[in-house]
Structure formats: C-alpha cells, structure tokens
Design a protein around this ligand. Structure first.
Ligand SMILES: *[C@@H]1O[C@H](CO)[C@@H](O)[C@H](O)[C@H]1NC(C)=O
Ligand SMILES: *[C@@H]1O[C@H](CO)[C@@H](O)[C@H](O)[C@H]1NC(C)=O
Length: 540
C-alpha cells in the first residue's frame, strides 16, 4: 500500500479532534509545529540583555553590504507599492549568520493588501479608535494577537503599528487609526495590551508616530512644541507604555519637534526615548521622513522605505550606496545593534518564514478563516465592533428594541447599502479592504431583525423625500451615516453634510429615529443639533 493511501485512513479517525493527518502528510508542517513548541519555550528565555549581547557579538561579523542592508529598506517603488513578492518594508536576511528577513506591513487594524494582485484575504478589524472606545484591554490584546496571526500567515513578521498618538486636533485625518483616543492614560493601557498581543505571537510591533504627529495638515513641515509636563503626562504616555511592554521598534514622525525633524531629533529619540524611557529596540523612519544621513547620529537606526525603485532602474534614497559607504562604521554598527537586539529579543531569527521575493504563496493566502486562541477572526472582529458602539443618548429608552412593538424598520442613508464600505472606512496606510463576505449595515440589520420577524425595508433611492415617505410606513427608522477620513489630510469639517442633516430632519417627525454614525472621530455638529431635537445618536 502506498504511504499516501495509508494516510487516507487517518483523517477518518482523527478529523473530529484535529487535523493531524495533514501535518503527518506534510513533514515540513510537522517540523513547523515542533519548532513552534520549542519557540514557546525559547522566546521566554531570551532577555533584552541576552539579545543585546548576541547582537553585539554578531554585528562585527557583518560585511559592509550586509551591514548596509540592515539600515535601509528596499523594494518599494514610487508607485507606493512594493515589488511583487515583497512587503511595504523589506530588510533582507543574512542566512549565513542566521539573520531573518524583516517583512513589514501596514498596519494596526489588519494586514493591508498592498496591491490588487496580491490577492488572498485578510480580516478588516475595527479601526484602532473603535478599539479605544471598547476600554477593554483583554479584547485589544486578543484583536492584536489575531492580527499578528494573519501577518504570520501572510509571511510578514513586523506590524507597522500600533498608531498611538493622542488626539489633539478633532478633525485629525488619522484619528481613526489612533488607539489612544483623546486620553493618554487610556492610550497607555491599550497600547501595552496591543504590543503584548502582537509580540506574544512572535511578531514585532512598531509604535508610531514618535512624536507629536497629532495632525495631518502640513505634517511634513509643521513644528510641534510641547511643555515638558504635557509631553510626559499626555503625548508620551502611550509611547512609554509601549516601551515598558517591550515594543521592538518605534517609528519616528514626519513633523518637526522644537524646530528639528522628529527623525533627526536627538532630544526626543536619544534623550527621551532611549535614555529616559529605557527603549531597547530600534527606530525606523516613517516612509520618507529621513532627510539626511546625520539622522543616524541623532538616534534614527533605519531608513524606510530606503532605496526606492525609480523608473529606468535608478534608485532614490538618503542612504545611497555612496553615502552609506562614507559613514563611520561605528555609527552604523550602533544602529545595527539596536535592530538586531529587537530581532533576537523577539526570536524572529528562530522563525524566519519565507524570504522575499519568494513570499507570493504567503501573500496570496486567505486569512479570514484563521483561528487565534480558539476563536475565529470574524467572531473576534464582530465582538470588537459590537463592544465599540458608543451610545450617546437614548431618549425614552428607545433601545433596546422590543420584539412585540416594532414590526417594520426603515433603514435609510447612503451608507446603509454601501457594498464597498468606502463611505466609512479610513483610508491611507491604515486602510484594510473587507472581503466580499462583509455585509452592509442594511444587510446586517435585516438579518438580525428577521430572527424576531421584523420586516426591514429601505427606499429605492437616497433622497431625503424618499426616506421621509418610507419612514411614515415604519415603526422605527435607522439612519445610517458614514464619514471617512484619510492619512495625509485632516477632515475639512466635523459636519456630516447638508444631505445627512436633511435626511435626519425629514424622518424624525415621521417615526422614532435611531441615528447610527459610522465615523472616524468626532461629529459635534450633528450631535449638537440632534441633541437639541432630542433624537438618539450612537457612534460606531
Ligand atoms: C523644546 O525645548 C524646550 C526648551 O529646551 C524644552 O523644555 C521642551 O521640552 C522641548 N519640547 C519638546 C517637544 O521637545
Ligand atoms: C527564491 O527562490 C529562488 C528559486 O528557488 C532561489 O534561487 C532564490 O535564492 C530564492 N531567494 C531567496 C531570497 O531566498
């Protein structure tokens, strides 16, 4: 009997409990499982001191090209996409010395597929601001662990998150990405949970953007000033928590601080982060935030995205071959030691995974069916989203809806049937496209309501008049309003638009109304008006 036939019997015996048959058939997989078990033990035993010693021993053995490739990324093109088989950030490994490739991808709320041809699926977890509004450290740790599982499945070993700046500008374009919300203490608690969740899976987390990247307007030029007290008590609190949780890397910001670019700023990188906070890992630049080689002496350790491929085969980067060759080897070795200390501390060398560009299989894999700590990722994302709902007002105890009283619900507002989910998902490097299994708000409300035999309808078109007409025939109206935001620009206004105001105004006189906001931050304008009229407003 051929061995493969024999294995056919095994699934029948064991399929119910676990899928050992597959492991047994596939020896590399079995080896992987064994290695994972070993890793569990070994990861616990390598301390920062041991990692630092190992790095110090290894760095002098690096040839000049090996040393240089640690200090600058590669394989990122002007199009903003990595080359096929690569990630958003890439540092090549050195197999002869047991150094793994570093494979970095956006971002904190899930693995961002960088190009349509990447294929496969990943779970679009609720944005970081939604996680902040759960106030639930355990849940944040679980979501972070699930994200790390998907990164591993995609072949990556560095999450370019969490984003933890404290909200300062209400219309901040990246507020949806910031885990701290408006509160440095909340940010500190949740950041620690997130970093632990990711790094316990053997994936590196990157706390960003250090420091004072609290707005997107003129983010490449603006100069932030803060008093010592506000700096330490408010803006640094989440970063300090990340350091205390053992974060492997910190990403310095685009903006200036006290007149000097954050990535060139020895006061914040060397004095505050490394000396005062006790950071052991390495600092990478935000993408294109390094301006000259002097940044290395100020405390920056790695240029990202490093050497950018230009059309016609040229490359752009501050640390070009010519420049990097001319730098003092001591400075370069210092930076390399910081990088490798984190690699060894997190045990990335013990679990190197694929080596780009040979990561296509991983990059195109489907991750939405992955399991973390015994839970499906869809269920984890749902629980996080549900916990994030913030009830702002509940006039006459309208919610929860009671089964016998509501028979017909009208769901209105363009966002309710937005199949691409574009009207309420944050854009930029934090964007994660949900796969086709994600339901629209209308579909989800209808599905849930059908369990209680409640009819759910929506108008043909999206005009206020149609919504009002339909509202007259319903026991309850749910107005779904979406707003998005993007990295690179602050929101032009907190207002949700005249259309939406008219929509809400048109239905409130016809039936009890729930306004469901799926928004990337504050919306005081509508909130205030709704409050005046006594409507119910919820935030998601
Ligand atoms: C800017 O410099 C002043 C004076 O040296 C210092 O007190 C302050 O902490 C600095 N601010 C930041 C954000 O580094
Ligand atoms: C990728 O695979 C090719 C073909 O097997 C091999 O020659 C090459 O060395 C691999 N690249 C890396 C970085 O491992």
């Amino acid at each position: 009997m051929a061995p493969s036939r024999l294995w056919l019997l095994v699934p029948l015996l064991s399929a119910e409990r676990c899928d050992w048959s597959k492991d047994a058939q596939d020896t590399p997989h079995l080896q992987l499982v064994q290695r994972q078990l070993q890793l569990r033990k070994s990861r616990k035993v390598r301390t920062w001191d041991e990692a630092r010693d190992k790095a110090a021993e290894l760095v002098p053995q690096l040839s000049a090209p090996e040393l240089h490739q640690l200090l600058r990324g590669e394989h990122f093109a002007v199009t903003g996409e990595p080359d096929a088989g690569y990630y958003v950030g890439n540092i090549a490994g050195v197999p002869r010395l047991g150094l793994p490739a570093l494979k970095m991808q956006d971002a904190g709320q899930g693995f961002r597929a960088t190009e349509p041809k990447t294929g496969g699926t990943t779970t679009a977890f609720p944005c970081m601001l939604a996680l902040a509004s759960t106030w639930d450290e355990e849940l944040v740790e679980l979501v972070a662990a699930a994200i790390a599982t998907e990164f591993k499945g995609k072949g990556a070993n560095v999450v370019l998150g969490p984003s933890i700046n404290v909200h300062r500008v209400a219309a901040g374009g990246r507020n949806f990405e910031y885990l701290s919300g408006e509160d440095g203490h909340l940010g500190a608690r949740l950041t620690a949970a997130y970093v632990k969740g990711v790094q316990d899976q053997g994936v590196m987390a990157v706390a960003k953007h250090f420091a004072f990247n609290e707005q997107e307007t003129k983010r490449m030029l603006m100069d932030a000033h803060a008093s010592e007290r506000s700096k330490w008590e408010l803006y640094y609190a989440p970063f300090r928590a990340a350091v205390e949780a053992g974060v492997g890397a910190v990403m310095c910001a685009y903006n200036k601080v006290n007149g000097t670019y954050a990535c060139h700023n020895s006061e914040i990188l060397t004095n505050d982060l490394r000396s005062k906070m006790g950071f052991h890992g390495f600092v990478m630049s935000d993408w294109l935030a390094m301006h000259s080689p002097e940044a290395l002496a100020a405390g920056l350790d790695q240029e990202q995205p490093g050497l950018i491929n230009l059309p016609f085969g040229n490359k752009y980067g501050i640390l070009s071959d010519k420049v990097i060759t001319g730098l003092d080897r001591k400075v370069k070795e210092g930076a390399a030691r910081h990088i490798l200390t984190s690699v060894f501390r997190l045990g990335l060398d013990l679990e190197p995974g694929c080596a780009p560009p040979n990561c296509t299989k991983e990059l195109t894999s489907d991750q939405t069916k992955a399991i973390t700590k015994g839970q499906g990722h869809g269920a984890i994302a749902f629980r996080a989203a549900a916990s994030a709902v913030t009830l702002l007002k509940n006039t006459n105890s309208l919610l929860p809806l009671s089964k016998g009283k509501v028979h017909r619900i009208a769901v209105v507002g363009k966002a309710c049937h937005d199949a691409a989910h574009a009207s309420y998902i944050g854009k930029g490097s934090g964007f994660v496209q949900p796969d086709s299994s994600a339901r629209t708000p209308f579909q989800a409300i209808k599905e849930r309501a059908s369990k209680d035999e409640i009819e759910v309808v929506k108008p043909e078109g999206d005009t206020a008049a149609e919504a009002a007409a339909l509202a007259s025939s319903a026991d309850l109206v749910i107005v779904v309003i979406g707003a998005d935001a993007s990295e690179g620009a602050d929101r032009s206004s907190l207002d949700l638009g005249l259309d939406n105001d008219a929509l809400v105004r048109g239905v409130t006189s016809k039936a009890p109304t729930v306004v469901l906001l799926q928004i990337p931050g504050a919306a005081p304008a509508l909130r205030e008006r709704a409050r005046e009229r006594g409507d119910l407003v919820t935030d998601l």
